[in-house]
Design a protein around this ligand. Sequence first.
Ligand code: SF4
Length: 156
Amino acid sequence: MRFINLDHGLELYGPETFPIPEHLAALASNPTIIACPGSTTCTKGLVNCWAAADEIRQVLTGQHLQEVRINISGCPNNCAHGAVSDIGLVGLLQKRNGKLAESYRLFRGGGNGRNDKPAKQSEIIYAQDIAAAVKRLLEPAKSDEDQNQRLFFPYP
Ligand code: SF4
C-alpha cells in the first residue's frame, strides 16, 4: 500500500518491516526538508529552492535533527507553508551590488501545522548564505540570551 503524505513524501506499507538500505539509513537523522520546485520549473519561482534544500541538507547531515522541519518556498505564494514551520524560507529577490540576488525571508518557530502557532518573520538572507545561517540557528545555544534570540528553539 502506498500513500503520498501531506509533506509530499511517499509512504510505503506492507505486512513486514524491512531495514532501510545503508545508503538511506545515513539520512534518517536529517531534518525533514520540504521544498517547492521554485525557479527550476515553476513560472512564479524567484529562487532555486532545490539547490538551497540540498545545501542545507549537506551542512546538517549527521546532526540528529530529525525532529526539525524546514519548509522552503520559491516565492511569496509560499506553497511549502514556511509560515508555520520550525524554519521557513520564502524566496525573494533583493539588490546586491546593483544586481538582483536570490534571497530568502526567514521564518522561525511555527507549530508545523500541529497547532495554531505561526512562525515569526525575521531577517532576509542571501541565498548563498542560507545553509550557514540555518546551521547556525540549529546549533546549541551558548546562553539564555542566545536562546531567547533564537525565539523558539528547543533544540537540543
Ligand atoms: S511557492 Fe511560488 S515558486 Fe513555489 S511552487 Fe508555489 S508558486 Fe511556484
